[in-house]
Write a protein that binds this ligand. Sequence first.
Ligand SMILES: Cc1cc2nc3c(=O)[nH]c(=O)nc-3n(C[C@H](O)[C@H](O)[C@H](O)COP(=O)(O)OP(=O)(O)OC[C@H]3O[C@@H](n4cnc5c(N)ncnc54)[C@H](O)[C@@H]3O)c2cc1C
Length: 400
Amino acid sequence: MNFAIPAHVQEIAQFVRKFIDSEVIPLEKLHHTQLEKNRDDHDVLATQMREVQEKAKRAGIWAPQLPPELGGMGLTISEIVPVFEAAGRSMLGPLALNCAAPDEGNMHMLHLFANAEQVETYLRPLAAGKIRSGFAMTEPAPGAGSDPNMLQTTAVRDGDEWVINGHKWFTTGAAMASFLLIMARTNPDVPTHKGATIFLAPIKSPGIELVRLVPVMGEDAAGGHGEIKFHDLRVPHSAILGKEGEGFALTQARLAPARLTHCMRWTGIAQRALEIATEYATKREAFGKTLSEHQSMQWMLADSKIELQAARLLVHQAAWMLEQGSQARTETSIAKVFVAETVNRVIDRAIQICGGMGISRDLPLSEWYESARAFRIYDGASEVHRMVIARSVIKEYGVQ
Ligand SMILES: Cc1cc2nc3c(=O)[nH]c(=O)nc-3n(C[C@H](O)[C@H](O)[C@H](O)COP(=O)(O)OP(=O)(O)OC[C@H]3O[C@@H](n4cnc5c(N)ncnc54)[C@H](O)[C@@H]3O)c2cc1C
């Protein structure tokens, strides 16, 4: 594999980094106020975010992952690695560039599988940043979670329509979403992975109940995590994304790259955490010298640097394999586990280095610490990815 990042991509990543530092990071304070439920500031933030999005479009850094015909930069998955990391330096950065989860993964899926009408109705406005979306797969117990084969939501054909009933939760972005991608079982007579289908439906459809936004730890830049019930939701046959029964196959196409893009964005946050820790350590003194002159502090900085470097290389390798046409199942799992756990460790060390300041809300570290915890669970818990990796180890050994 070729590890070189082309010069033009390095330039884009540098530019995005400057853009995030100068245009987006200043908005983080407004975001905090919004989280404290100050409505006026919420509106101010929304307006400012729209302005920043317009600036990103004018600067030619809108939607790095999308093809030019959808208004994007047309970068390949390898090329977006450093660009998404730069965007990920702020939790608001990916939103500013329209490469945030879950929209980014949903756009990828729609780009691959949507028909012409679905492209116009859903993908184009999503790509333009005019609307948002949600991916409704996970269900409360006893439904689909780590094991998607436990899917309980059903869709039953009735003439030209389908009638959907079920209960989902953790549909990220539900508060802002205009439409949902809904995974439902359409054929109970075959194994779930062959009998599930994805439907597209406006979130305001009769039959969709947004029960609540699940209260979670950590910051929320995405629009909450919705608990949703479907009560005889009627959608036309044309609401199917791809083909009936292919829901799981489509999901596979979404999940592998979406896992990596999560890794890229989170690497940006971890890198910034390391920078914050380094700044504090070089300025703060204790016992007659700066913290950065104490060896135990140096080791923490070094360990974070080592792990971040390895994390980036694992993401690059998996991205490169996807580009070669491989499903890269083991490699994306390896990257997901390592990056999710690295990000948690790097932020944890940064807090330790910054002492009480690290715990305070004056720095973003404590917020990232809370948010990063979920990354070891969503898009596959670390244990599930280790199961996938172990299977490949055992298979390589010659046992099926
Ligand atoms: C912040 C956040 C955002 C999310 N966004 C979305 C979204 O937009 N759309 C969506 O559909 N879902 C979303 N999810 C749901 C997420 O994908 C699930 O939480 C995840 O798949 C785990 O499912 P579960 O919560 O049901 O855990 P469970 O399946 O109940 O598993 C609980 C724990 O059991 C362990 N475990 C499970 N399987 C194994 C195994 N084989 N071996 C060993 N241990 C195992 C793991 O430690 C796991 O964490 C989100 C979750 C979070 C926290």
